[in-house]
Design a protein around this ligand. Sequence first.
Ligand SMILES: Nc1ncnc2c1ncn2[C@@H]1O[C@H](COP(=O)(O)OP(=O)(O)OP(=O)(O)O)[C@@H](O)[C@H]1O
Ligand SMILES: [Mg+2]
Length: 264
Amino acid sequence: MTTSSKLLGQTLAARYRLDREVGRGGMATVFLDHDLKHDRPVALKAMREEIAITLGVDRFLQEIGIAARLQHPHILPLFDSGEVGGVLYYVMPYVEGETLRGRLTRERQLPVEEACAIARQIAGALACAHSQGVIHRDIKPENILLSAGVAVVADFGIAKAVTVATVDTSAGMAVGTPAYMSPEQASGEVVDGRSDEYALACLLFEMLTGGPPQGGFHGRRPPRCEDPGHHLGDLGGLHRPRQWRILRPRRKRVERRGAGHRGV
Ligand SMILES: Nc1ncnc2c1ncn2[C@@H]1O[C@H](COP(=O)(O)OP(=O)(O)OP(=O)(O)O)[C@@H](O)[C@H]1O
Ligand SMILES: [Mg+2]
């Protein structure tokens, strides 16, 4: 544990008892804590110190606050947020289960109906966020938490906060994950909800076939499974209209993507 994490633990000791580290990403470390006031387990995410320096505390907490107003059964809520000794943190429910990444690492592919059910839940979460003008910008298996068959989307607001910092300071911090990133996000254009839906199409493709799609899907119709150069895998076994609904939000041209994944 770093000195700053220790300070964080000590400063918040009256409110949270740190139990153990549960995971680490590129920007933060996540701890299982016990919320003493409400007697419940929580996940406390401590951002790397550079984040506070680059973003500024107020800007980060403002972006987190916007995302915190989202209320949806498939969006992980926010309990608390703040800054201690230059470390930004936020507190959310602890999800007993695993990430979709963990599940895919273990099983590689999921049954079609289960994969589509997860995608529909994520699509519902995205529709709620998009209707309030919030774009996730980093939909990927690591940010989907699974518990007893229910999927929740984590980290709403984080990628936006880091993007704001990048634009404001030219810090060049990487936001988004290449395998799931829409062409418009990759080229730094202004993005809307369809960029998240593009990422969800990549994620659903991965759940069904065992890997994210290679290269682009630019065609007017879903590629046939026997087409050379397309790695459709098990998607080829689905009816064409369903292939179409899965792949269409991944078209290169934003205006041709259609209506997301709620009907997959
Ligand atoms: N609310 C939570 N409940 C339980 N475990 C969590 C929770 N949030 C995160 N985790 C665990 O902590 C790990 C690290 O999460 P974190 O968001 O810091 O990184 P990431 O999403 O894997 O990558 P990135 O740095 O790109 O965001 C996750 O992979 C997950 O295993
Ligand atoms: Mg995450």
